[in-house]
Design a protein around this ligand. Structure first.
Ligand code: HEC
Ligand code: HEC
Ligand code: HEC
Ligand code: HEC
Length: 203
């Protein structure tokens, strides 16, 4: 009897320890993180909407540069949980074995750990992808970090932040978010791209 109670008590202590991990880390542990380079393969270049290139220009892609290594901030869990991909989970960023594809606020920080949705078959089917852990971000995704727990917080405007914080240049220009449609193979590669006309081609 006493032994059973002791086991139960131990279980509560162990599970209790997990409960103090950041809420999003605990939830996402069901899928593994793969790192930005795996997403880059299929989401870079003009025809794919310049997702990779535009993300690289955001502050998210440089979030580790803001952490001062001399003060140990680059190893401080209190900072890493908002400045990396998946910190606090087994396959997320690990300061003891830093991986540049998990450093910074990367693809999977907003879209969820990708191991189970990154295959072409799953990716092409939004329902399958969501079932496999893909997140379609909402304002709540952003405010899980953009809140008073951030030492530098000065407020957050979702609409404005979408334009400069994700990878959506179109939103910045108030144009439709659709990828400019170039017919896959037919388009002659030599034609210099005219940014001004892309909006029209969209229709
Ligand atoms: C094998 C190629 C491939 C890989 C790898 C890949 N994707 Fe995709 N992804 C696609 C395709 C194809 C679509 C379908 C829509 C489109 O044409 O862009 C898509 C769609 C998406 C969408 C839009 C879903 C929706 O309906 O709103 C998101 C978000 C996304 N991918 C994120 C990621 C992330 C994050 C990674 C890395 C973990 C990743 N993808 C890796 C091919 C890929
Ligand atoms: C995992 C935490 C996290 C999430 C989720 C997150 N951000 Fe950020 N965001 C950051 C960090 C950290 C920085 C600061 C990067 C730096 O300058 O070092 C930042 C910076 C920004 C900036 C530029 C700085 C500013 O405040 O003007 C914008 C814009 C932004 N984020 C928008 C968004 C949007 C939109 C979303 C949701 C779609 C989002 N963020 C989700 C952590 C996050
Ligand atoms: C700060 C959060 C954030 C990060 C980081 C982020 N995304 Fe997104 N992503 C979004 C949001 C929000 C949307 C919804 C469309 C929009 O308004 O931009 C989106 C939409 C998409 C789409 C659908 C097509 C589109 O443009 O609407 C794809 C594909 C995608 N993201 C892939 C990626 C990849 C690949 C990376 C890493 C290079 C990445 N995302 C990084 C927030 C993010
Ligand atoms: C709750 C999430 C969160 C935590 C925890 C967090 N940050 Fe950030 N950090 C952000 C966000 C979001 C931004 C973008 C600006 C803002 O709104 O605070 C940011 C921006 C920054 C910037 C750039 C400030 C600027 O104005 O450009 C620095 C420097 C920084 N953080 C350092 C730290 C350090 C050091 C720690 C740990 C002690 C830390 N952050 C912990 C979310 C976080």
């Amino acid at each position: 009897m006493y032994r059973k109670i002791a086991v139960l008590f131990l279980a509560i202590v162990v599970f209790g320890a997990f409960a103090v991990l950041p809420a999003f880390a605990a939830e996402e542990a069901a899928h593994d993180y793969v790192g930005n380079s795996k997403c880059k393969m299929c989401h870079k270049g003009e025809k794919k909407g310049m997702i990779w290139e535009n993300w690289l220009e955001t502050k998210h892609a440089k979030a580790m540069e803001s952490l001062d290594a001399e003060k140990g901030e680059d190893k401080n869990p209190e900072c890493l949980k908002c400045h990396t991909v998946g910190f606090g989970t087994a396959t997320g960023y690990n300061p003891e074995a830093p991986d540049e594809n998990l450093a910074n606020v990367g693809c999977e920080t907003c879209h969820g750990p990708g191991a189970d949705y990154k295959s072409m078959k799953v990716m092409k089917d939004r329902e399958l992808a969501v079932a496999a852990g893909m997140i379609v971000p909402t304002e709540e995704t952003c405010t899980s970090c953009h809140n008073e727990a951030s030492p530098t917080f000065k407020g957050f405007n979702y609409e404005e932040a979408l334009a400069t914080g994700t990878h959506n240049k179109a939103a910045a220009e108030e144009a439709p978010a659709e990828t400019p449609a170039e017919p896959e193979a037919e388009a002659p590669a030599e034609t210099p791209a005219e940014p001004e006309t892309e909006g029209e081609k969209d229709k």
